[in-house]
Design a protein around this ligand. Structure first.
Ligand code: ADP
Ligand code: F6P
Length: 324
């Protein structure tokens, strides 16, 4: 028989992402609307172990839907990766009367949720990461804001790159995944994109492309380099030496994780937060909320973590074909 849920916790874990606040707000208000009590757990699993747990009411999440970051703070916690830490986390939940936790974070955070579920704490995971690297879902909270932020920044670099007739290597985030790089590659009309999923380590191809485009009169050359490949500064030096074209590297960095969430991030994050609470009320556990084929759905976390995700071959080809 499904366990009756009276009190739920909510935490954010791993890298923050714009829209996490919208998800927290939705969790709190959907839960309160269903007669549940809600506790906010600060600083992810680290805050759980430190018992940084506060009661949340509907008004505690006022005025946050439009804010980047996470009002609960976030953290990475090594201790929670040990069995002892996980057991302690489950004990603390029992001590505070927390029957279930909504975990908003990336796939690392999902593994923590999986462990808590196995120890009897109902868990529902919500995908929150700018990297879009969670295989079971076509949407993750924060990606839309991050790619828009990166796109606007790259447009600006392009202006100055064109004025100076330079080559610009612009490094975007994404850890081991190239989704941000691919989307910016298309949206910013990049001449080249370097994706971890597709990289062939053939720098000579880049050099040839720059020389060929320059010969045809191109005034700029934008290379979007994914963080998973990195080394943009040394690459810029080698490319400048090989092509004779002045080359600069720009690493966009953490600015991509900040800022007010886009409409899409607010709406999807709100829907996913509410959906997580609905699953919790149905007595479900070890589930992850996903968006797939135009609908909000959920998967078993174990299955979700085994799924693989690549970049779209077709979109890579589109990006290449558009750069002439
Ligand atoms: P993200 O959730 O964005 O992928 P991380 O991979 O850094 O970020 O994971 C966030 C946190 O989730 C970790 O610091 C740790 O506390 C917890 N976590 C990650 N992997 C595991 C695991 N295998 N078991 C338990 N907890 C984990
Ligand atoms: O997972 C989100 C992300 O921003 C990645 O794109 C990046 O590799 C990582 O987090 C950076 O983490 P930190 O904030 O610890 O430097």
């Amino acid at each position: 028989m499904a366990k009756e849920i009276k009190t739920i916790g909510v935490l954010t874990s791993g890298g923050d992402a714009p829209g996490m606040n919208a998800a927290i707000r939705a969790v709190v208000r959907e839960a309160i609307g269903k007669g549940l009590k809600v506790k906010g757990i600060k600083r992810g699993y680290a805050g759980l172990l430190a018992e940084e747990i506060v009661d949340l009411e509907a008004w505690d999440v006022s005025d946050i839907i439009q804010r980047g970051g996470t009002i609960l703070q976030t953290a990475r916690c090594r201790e929670f990766m040990t069995e002892e830490g996980q057991r302690e986390g489950a004990e603390i939940c029992k001590k505070h009367g927390i029957d279930g936790i909504v975990v908003i974070g990336g796939d690392g955070s999902f593994r923590g949720a999986q462990k808590l579920a196995a120890l009897g704490v109902n868990t529902i995971a919500v995908p929150g990461t700018i990297d879009l690297d969670i295989a079971c879902t076509e949407y993750t909270i924060g990606f839309d804001t991050a790619v828009n932020t990166a796109m606007e920044a790259i447009d600006k670099v392009r202006d100055t790159s064109t004025s100076h007739e330079r080559c610009s290597i612009i490094e975007v985030m994404g850890r081991g995944a190239g989704h941000i790089a691919l989307w910016c590659g298309i949206a910013n009309g990049a001449e080249d994109i370097l994706l971890p999923e597709k990289y062939d380590y053939d720098e000579q191809k880049l050099v040839n492309n720059i020389i060929e485009k320059r010969r045809r009169g191109k005034k700029h050359h934008i290379i979007i380099n994914a963080e998973g490949i990195g080394h943009s500064a040394s690459m810029a030096k080698r490319i400048e030496a090989a092509t004779g074209v002045e080359t600069r590297a720009t690493i966009l960095g953490h600015m991509q994780r900040g800022g007010s969430p886009t409409c899409k991030d607010r709406v999807y994050a709100s829907t996913m937060g509410a959906y997580a609470v609905d699953l919790m009320c149905e007595g479900k556990s070890n589930r992850v909320v996903a968006y797939r084929n135009g609908d909000y759905v959920d998967y078993d976390i174990d299955e979700a973590l085994m799924m693989q995700k690549g970049v779209s071959e077709y979109q890579c080809q589109v990006c290449k074909n558009m750069s002439q």
